[in-house]
Design a binder for this molecule. Sequence first.
Ligand SMILES: [Zn+2]
Length: 354
Amino acid sequence: MKYIYMFIFIPFASYSQYTAGNTYFDANNYIEYLSGNLPIIISVPHGGYLDPNSIPDRNCSGCVYVKDSYTQELGRNIADAIYQKTSCYPNMIINLLHRKKLDANRSIETAADSNLIAEQAWYNFHSFIDSSKQSIINKYGAGLFIDLHGHAHAIQRIELGYLISKSELQLSDSILNDNYYQDSSSINNLELININSLGFSDLLRGSNSFGTYVENKGYSAIPSYSTNAPLSNEDYFSGGYNTWRHGSVNSGTIDAIQIEVNADIRFNSLIRKNFADSITLVILDYINYHYFNTFSQLYCSYSTGTINNIYEINLRKELLLITDVLGKETPYRRNTPLFYFYDDGSVEKKIIIE
Ligand SMILES: [Zn+2]
């Protein structure tokens, strides 16, 4: 089979409406977006304070309403520390609404409890993340999404979520290296493209895993080289809706890690700020080691080059729709120019000759 690419373009020129370093809000000022120029996205879904009467309190079976205290402040500390270190900006999306009004780490039904104002805020939250993802894919080809939380578990350690459950983490490295586990994780793309060709268990808890980098800065973390898995009677968060939705489990080149920070770090402003400085170095080292090995000299000057390179890196994008040249949905046909729409927002016009 032979492919002829007539042209490749990225639609949605509106993604360029955001300028790195500027802060934007949605129409109701419920969602805050710091636009970035690094391949880093930090979202803070549970750190909001706003309590408007126009949105009734959520009232759903089994729902959680307590906020993750000081995660908004921690997110801002991390964004500041990243700028201090790199003179570049991460993307950061903060849900300013209290969790009893909107849970921005749930599907829309549970998140907004059918309130139209809360639903709009939910859409805006994910839309800012999607815009960040698209601009990172355009510039870098791949990147890292961090969903930042705070847990109230007894053991004071950083819990890292990759959509791999407690019982799965208890499996041996050789079993975890079966494709099944990699394919069901939020760093599925990283396992394929990581520049040192590390296996999945090494990415989870080897000497160059995120958790081990955190431990090397003096904080307990799980999974990591020293602590491979939680014990059966220990609490552990393996990642939620945002980790699933915005990571690479289904497709795409943005990987996701849920970071759950223990209370001992969050509630003291000096400890929190020191942690922000440390986690910044972890994030930058992690990207430099696994994604782009000249990243630490270039940061936001780094570029993967031409758009064709991006296409080659972005192997895992999934086809959503094929149309003919008039825009009508059509089945696949040989020897005919057709438009192929992919889930990363790209469109290709090509003829496949067989
Ligand atoms: Zn949370």
